[in-house]
Design a protein around this ligand. Structure first.
Ligand code: AMP
Length: 283
């Protein structure tokens, strides 16, 4: 496995792979890797000849009062996990490499970036779309792998790839959870013992609604209410919304199309997000 920090070296390392006709899979991350990230690596390895993982805590996707400087980092551990997982290249640039001095050009996503997290984190998806586009230009992968845990991010990135005519297959990978249901996240390490227990309310709420959906409940308000009933334990619920999977607009009731029940909440000072997909069997 190679660890690379500059774009020039990265391009050089990938030329040969491409000339040899190798399919390149790409997993963008902010590091502090866990099983969720490793599931993306496994999905990439299953479909690609070589897998590139980027580790870059992207400043432009954090708001001024968010946790950029406190974001957890452990590069040696990340490298070891990547090595064990069969990653070919870890790309770990610093911010000056990604944002050259005087940088002033951004990718501005449209309506998909507005609801849900977008309405609480202004500019977040602009930062995400910009860094993902830049990384796509650097790696030029055949396929890129994203976690369904960040459901809106998947939608924004897929739309961006279409709109900017990027010849990259965008693959979603199901959310990996702790045995008790909590969605894995680098931010889970902020949770103290009692907060960790209370954080479970989010997945419990989503699962309770998904169970009712499987039992035939199709009323949108009702499904949202069922999930909310579990959420007394969180400190601040930002949103809990049932949205159409493609438009991210509030799903029409009764539910007829595959939808996503998405939530964001603070437990202590940690902001957690999660979602479940309520899918209809193919006709
Ligand atoms: P992050 O490092 O948090 O920016 O995440 C990098 C990638 O890993 C994103 O595509 C995330 O959606 C994905 N990811 C994070 N947590 C999980 C999880 N629990 N299951 C699956 N994918 C995840």
């Amino acid at each position: 496995m190679q660890t690379i920090t500059t774009i020039a070296e990265l391009r050089h390392a990938l030329v040969q792979a491409r000339e040899a006709g190798k399919r390149v899979g790409f997993v963008p991350t902010m590091g502090y890797l866990h099983e969720g990230h490793l599931a993306l690596v496994a999905a990439s390895r299953a479909r690609s000849d070589i897998t590139v993982v980027s580790i870059f805590v992207n400043p432009t996707q954090f708001g001024p009062s968010e946790d950029l400087s406190a974001y957890p980092r452990d590069f040696p551990r990340d490298e070891q996990l990547c090595r064990n997982a069969g990653v070919a290249i870890v790309f770990a640039p610093d911010a000056r490499e990604i944002y050259p001095a005087g940088s002033e050009t951004f990718v501005e996503p449209g309506g998909l970036a507005k609801p849900l997290c977008g309405s609480f984190r202004p500019g977040h998806f602009r930062g995400v779309a910009t860094v993902v586009c830049k990384l796509f230009n650097m790696v030029q992968p055949d396929a890129a792998f994203f976690g369904q845990k960040d459901f809106q991010q998947c939608a924004v990135v897929r739309r961006m790839a279409l709109d900017l005519n990027l010849p990259i297959e965008i693959v979603d990978v199901p959310t990996v959870r702790e045995p008790d249901g909590l969605a894995m996240s680098s931010r889970n390490r902020y949770l103290g013992g009692e907060e960790r227990r209370r954080a479970l309310a989010i997945s419990r709420g989503l699962f309770a609604a998904a169970d009712e959906f499987r039992s035939g409940e199709r009323n949108v308000e009702k499904l949202i209410e069922i999930a909310k009933e579990q959420l007394n334990n969180v400190d601040r619920l930002q949103y809990l919304e049932l949205v159409d999977c493609h438009t991210l607009e509030r799903a029409a009731s009764p539910l007829r199309l595959t939808s996503a029940l998405c939530g964001a909440a603070y437990v202590g000072s940690t902001r957690l997000i999660d979602n479940v997909i309520l899918s209809f069997p193919a006709p």
